[in-house]
Design a protein around this ligand. Structure first.
Ligand SMILES: Nc1ncnc2c1ncn2[C@@H]1O[C@H](COP(=O)(O)OP(=O)(O)OP(=O)(O)O)[C@@H](O)[C@H]1O
Ligand SMILES: [Mg+2]
Length: 397
């Protein structure tokens, strides 16, 4: 495995990093049946996910909205109570526990907690004071200077962070400062949930470029990302594509073409192979076969049955009979009233609508299944498939 781009290319051979085997995360959801009665159902948010994230590389978790990307990240980062998450996670070949992972990793969330009235330099010095413990002032300064350089923040080092009222650093710089705050102590494992969302393509690229440098300096980086540009795709070493909590693809971005070829789908000329694979996933999701056929293929190599012409033409138009936010919160986030399943969402358009409080730093070590799912139910947020669809999101057998 490896990239074709000579600037970024390294061979992805597993010489350490994170490995995970058969990760399954089941929650009990309450949802309304056709008669309007509340019924409880066990659903796998992650279903037997096996794979790895090599050291020194960026592993990108991709897939449509609601696929389970953040859930997988949470699981790998030890943010799901170990009793709830089944399966094994090992670091550099040794079985590990959620508490050990938490101690050796940094988890960077999208919503930052920066002080608007501090400059970039002051923010990082503040983080150094907090995270580096009793080391000399000179060493702290040196670490901060190195980080400022590494994150490309030299020209904005004395700029205020700012807020809505006071103009400060740009969105991309702000995201890089957030990353700096969390990696100042040099964690060997780095988790980033949607580090590029809300950024323009240039800023997004520069964030990933810096994260790429951090990976190359010896860290294991795992991030979730929506629709990366082709420039960003060149910086990704390893990919995990999920849909409905199941593994659709794992491997190098360049092997996606091969993977599609093996399932009998040739990437049309001029199309991006990763985007095409996501289209194909949507087509299967809309069809009678469901994404399970692709999960089976990813797991065993059993070629999925081909789709009809009609099914193949489905993925281009995204029907939105109701606003996305509304459909997401209406109990059957993947279906419309006519009984036809809605498409999996592939873009960040709903990102703002997603209630991130369930992943706030204050509750990140707790299991979601208890209090938070109650909160989500209060909002009517039950993202499983629509009621007429018997192939619900991995209902446990
Ligand atoms: N505690 C929970 N209880 C019930 N369902 C949950 C819980 N947490 C997440 N889900 C559901 O599990 C699915 C996967 O959620 P997750 O946040 O991992 O998706 P995602 O791939 O990160 O999506 P996005 O791209 O929108 O961030 C979604 O359908 C979500 O609504
Ligand atoms: Mg997410």
């Amino acid at each position: 495995m490896g990239h074709t781009n000579p600037d970024t290319a390294i061979d992805v051979r597993f010489t350490g990093g994170l490995e995970y085997t058969s990760l399954t995360y089941t929650v009990t959801k309450k949802q309304k049946d056709t008669d309007g009665n509340w019924v409880k159902q066990e659903v796998d948010l992650l279903h037997r996910i096996t794979g790895y994230a090599p050291k020194g590389c960026i592993t990108a978790v991709m897939g449509p909205s609601g696929a389970g990307k953040s859930t997988l990240l949470d699981g790998l980062a030890g943010r799901i109570a170990s009793g709830s998450l089944k399966g094994r996670v090992s670091l550099d070949g040794v079985d590990t526990s959620p508490s050990l992972i938490k101690r050796t990793s940094a988890y960077i969330m999208q919503d930052d907690r920066l002080f608007p009235m501090l400059t970039v330099y002051e923010t990082l010095m503040f983080a150094a004071d907090f995270r580096l413990g009793p080391i000399s002032g000179a060493d702290k300064k040196q670490r901060v200077e190195k980080l400022i350089e590494q994150l490309g923040l030299t020209t904005s080092r004395n700029t205020y962070i700012g807020d809505e009222g006071t103009r400060g650093v740009s969105g991309g710089e702000r995201r890089r400062v957030t990353i700096g705050v969390d990696i100042i102590h040099g964690p060997s494992l780095l988790f980033l949930d949607e580090p590029t969302s809300g950024l323009d393509s240039t800023s997004a690229h520069s964030v990933i470029e810096k994260v790429h440098d951090i990976a190359r300096s010896g860290s294991t980086v795992i991030l979730t990302i929506h629709q990366p540009s082709s420039r960003i795709q060149l910086l990704l070493d390893h990919m995990i594509i999920l849909a409905r909590g199941q593994l659709m693809y794992q491997g190098s971005p360049k092997d996606v073409v091969l993977h599609l070829g093996r399932m009998g789908r040739k990437v049309p000329k001029g199309e991006n192979s990763i985007e095409y694979l996501i289209d194909v996933i949507q087509q299967y999701d809309q069809s009678e076969l469901g994404v399970e056929a692709l999960a089976e293929f990813a797991l065993t190599g059993t070629k999925p049955p081909p789709l009809s012409e009609e099914e193949m033409s489905l993925s281009t138009v995204i029907p939105s009979p109701v606003p996305a936010r509304w459909s997401r919160n209406q109990g059957d986030g993947h279906g419309d009233k006519s009984g036809k399943r809605l498409h999996l969402q592939t873009c960040a358009e709903n990102e703002k609508d997603f209630d991130r409080s369930v992943r706030s730093p204050w509750n990140q070590s707790r299991s979601w299944s208890a209090s938070q799912s109650g909160f989500m139910q209060t909002l009517g947020f039950t993202p499983s498939r629509q009621r007429n669809d018997h192939r619900t999101q991995n209902p446990t057998r």
